[in-house]
Design a protein around this ligand. Sequence first.
Ligand code: PRP
Ligand code: MN
Ligand code: MG
Length: 179
Amino acid sequence: MQNDIQEVLISEEELQNKIKELGEILSKEYADRNPLVICVLKGAFIFMADLVKSITVPVEMDFMAVSSYGASTKSSGVVKIIKDLDASVENRDVLIVEDIIDSGLTLTHLIDLLQRRGAKSTTVVTLFDKPSGRKVDLEADYTGFVLPDAFVVGYGLDYAEKYRNLPFIGILKPEIYTS
Ligand code: PRP
Ligand code: MN
Ligand code: MG
């Protein structure tokens, strides 16, 4: 698996340091607000697990899965729910946890959905941002790292469902996705 990586872009240590920083900021922001922290599956599951360990105030957690790349629904701007939340977001402060924002379509539709369901507030924390991919005007409230326009994998990010379990962010060798 590591043989498929051309270069380590962000090390495990850099990731963990940044996530601790984000956890401290969010602990202040959400002191006494008991937010519902929502993990956008699958990509965000590792970031979610590390982030909530760095949050020192009470939170509740829930999980949601939405449609992925390649589906025609993506370009049509409709995000399909694969797995919905168990909890109600009505009148809740919601913190959406994403691994990466690329076109911005997934989050735009997720935020719209949660607001229509009556969330009191919707805040986005993303570990990575790839501004070069943006198709809609959307910015996260909190961002870990801005990424270049490269084929990156690891720490939750997949190529064809592989490489999510790498503890760092790496650039995939071109021969892997061009062959
Ligand atoms: C990826 C990533 C984000 C989304 C970002 O998920 O995890 O959720 O795409 O892209 P966008 O800003 O262009 O919408 P994907 O749909 O690949 O599913 P996965 O999380 O299961 O890998
Ligand atoms: Mn995802
Ligand atoms: Mg994916």
